[in-house]
Design a protein around this ligand. Sequence first.
Ligand SMILES: C[S@@+](CC[C@H](N)C(=O)[O-])C[C@H]1O[C@@H](n2cnc3c(N)ncnc32)[C@H](O)[C@@H]1O
Length: 271
Amino acid sequence: MLEQDHASGIEAHYDVSNEFYALFLDKKYRFYTAADFWNKQETLEEAQVHKAGFIRGLLRLSGDEKVLDLGCGWGSMLRYLRETGHSGELIGLTLSQEQLTFDQQQRGLSVSLSDFITEPFEGAPYDRIYSIGSLEHVRPAELANLYQKTYDALAPGGLAVHQFFSYRSDPCPISVAVLELFFPGSMLSMHRIHIEAAEAAGFRITHDSIHDYKPTLRAWYDRLVANQDKALALVGLEVYNRYMTFLPFAWLFFKQNEADLHRVVIEKTAC
Ligand SMILES: C[S@@+](CC[C@H](N)C(=O)[O-])C[C@H]1O[C@@H](n2cnc3c(N)ncnc32)[C@H](O)[C@@H]1O
């Protein structure tokens, strides 16, 4: 699986059906990444807006910056930025054909089908580059090059924000193997590999916080259970069961402290 290109792995996980994902992701933005629940009563929709606000704060936007979203999914954060008044250019990259069609046709966003690991960042320089839940797909051996490419594509004084989960320490082999079942061709890295790669590229790390993925995984699971009939009609038993296994597996993965969800800000000096 690790020998295949990223596009076929992404297709296997993301191109099952946009309607299927809509059954369990938040209704407005359709984020497929960890939200911020401030309390137990909150809805997934509210929690995703909190997360988006947090990331927007880390991006320190004044309104006209040129921004690149690596792995933009269903255009969630790009749409949030547009709706909260960002007037600078917003560009997204995805490797999922289903997401691309949705982003362009339903959301009118500027999104391209491009592998951010192997292809150059068209349109550089950018003032801001961010990713939410995409670096998990980058194999450890690819990280150094990706951080260097990000550094080179940023304007002087620019910054990047990444939300991703990473292993705390050397992973248990069974975790690595099981993750291949859900994300074929992807491979998680240890956190220190991210930090070392960012620093080697020239970045200064100015923020690194840890957040809890479990409430979001629980909310998605509950929605998928509540929508079982519709989900089965859309994707069939095998795919439905895969997600019914994946979501509790991921919950346990965090419960057992194998990995942490980080939000990291890395900055390029002004000169
Ligand atoms: C977990 S989703 C997150 C989507 C979105 N950022 C969000 O918060 O909902 C991961 C995204 O990364 C994209 N992705 C993963 N690897 C990629 C690559 N090598 N090149 C471009 N996009 C990639 C997938 O297509 C998908 O859109």
